[in-house]
Design a protein around this ligand. Sequence first.
Ligand code: AMP
Length: 358
Amino acid sequence: VIAPGATLGILGGGQLGRMIALAAASLGLKVHVFSPDEDSPAFDVCHAVTRAPFDDEETLGRFARACDVVTYEFENVPRRAAEIVAALAKLRPNADALAITQDRLAEKTFVSDLGLPTAAFRGVLDEASLAQAVGELGRPSVLKTRRFGYDGKGQAVLRDGSDLAAAFASLSAAPSILEAFVPFEREISIVAARGVDGSFAAWEPVENEHADHILSVSRVPARIDAATADEAASLARRIGDGLDYVGVFAVELFLLTGEAGQRLVVNEIAPRVHNSGHWTIEGAETSQFEQHVRAVCGWPLGSPASRGAVEMRNLIGEQANAWSAVLAEPGAHLHLYGKAEARAGRKMGHVTRVTPRI
Ligand code: AMP
């Protein structure tokens, strides 16, 4: 049994780790952050820090032994590092969930094997298999590296006339996946938690707006009908059960509207707290960060009920320079991640506004 006073380890030290650490401290836990980076947002707010690369197995082992439970805040923690930690400490979510969700081909295969809708997809290893996949799925289609893609990086849209060899080369000829293009109307996500005992709690679906492939605004309520919202929760539950998942995760979804009404297609799973769940800090009874801590400690899950209509706006790059104007606005909740340099495209913070729901 993990009780307040225990140590929660976090693999990764970005803003997600920082906000998990803040929630953990509120619940009386100590947090130990493992990060390969010289300076990490989570370092400012934790009890202990280990700075080492993920392939430093001895240091990883020492870190794991110093923790009562370990979680991760990003999906590119190498599988081997996760397995080393899992052999010495409770690792939640488990290493298999990480391995599946860090590989787009394994992830799409897993989701479609559950009987859930995804874009049609094919694995791509070389130019010949790319040409064959394009023949089968047609154009437009989306070529993505299997690993390490984020915010639209590691992706190329293949249109009529696109040069396949050039597109594959633009992804460094890395093992990839080709997906049929989904003519979606909007992008939705569902953030949910699964407990050690299989308990499940989902926040209401979120509607997401991107700018330059980076999440810009998340809003609840999403403009979806009640049956579609139920469908989102039910597919998240099946994914959580299928991964034997413990903790918070997000499922990114495409919303399509046709003659038969609204329909969802699964795009990807994030095995961690998610940017489209930041609104829950002020906008829900339990934040995604607190919920993640509750789940990985084996504690009861909290209520995901919303507290109003909520808008979460990311502060990207220089947008964070407007911090004092945000502070001057009644009811605007400012979160800054403590990053020194406001580089273009970098998530520096976010602002949440909660208003009464009409
Ligand atoms: P991802 O990295 O998979 O989240 O993709 C980044 C963005 O590219 C998504 O948010 C969509 O806007 C777009 N996208 C990804 N996959 C597809 C697809 N199969 N069809 C249409 N748009 C896509």
